[in-house]
Design a protein around this ligand. Sequence first.
Ligand code: 13P
Length: 247
Amino acid sequence: MRRKIIAGNWKMNKTPAEAVSLAEMLRDRVNTDNADVVFCVPAIDIIPVAEVVKGTNIAIGAENVHYEESGAYTGEISALMLKEAGVKYVIAGHSERREYFGETNTMVNKKVKKILEHGMIPIMCCGETLEQREMGITLEHIRIQIKKGLYGLTADDAEKVIIAYEPIWAIGTGKTATSGQAQEVCAAIRKTVEEIYGSKTAEKIRIQYGGSVNAKNAAELFSMPDIDGGLVGGASLKEEFEKIVNY
Ligand code: 13P
């Protein structure tokens, strides 16, 4: 039985002071008995938010990392820095980073490896555009993202990775994928993992759905056989996140 994992992706929201207030509010409400709960917060909020959730089962996630160990990469943050600050999960390859910052599958693969090397857990994102869906190439596109993203990982490492399926047309649009659409792609992701690593790894790997998840649709989405939780944007910045976690 795979344990559910529900992560909030705060994106570029909340100053350190605002982040502390939000984290305190959510900390006192969310129930971590039945699911892993993660707050993926802006880099500058990591240390204060880690302090807020200290002693609870809520984990801290980062929204990005650089794939090199250290060096002349002005403005970037290394895996070692995140690890020392208390980060457990790191998002890699979010569609917003792919679209606005030119992140490629090759970069995502390097990030995934660097995150694992430092004992953290990657949340590796994939997802198709509306155009790709309309052209009927969703599964082909996702399979390439998964195969390139996991390339060179051992089965032991691959089973630690969380894969987040986030159709781009559903992000921040209020237009959620139907549970059938989400399940279809998540099942195809698991099948792809099985082709590479075999059924043991495929059964273990956790796959989230993301894209306009809210308190109303969470239960149906998370009850699908291949959906092991969610990556939540807008609704993770509100009290509503509690309802999603306690779906
Ligand atoms: P929304 O939940 O705001 O659609 O964002 C989804 C997302 O991008 C999470 O990473």
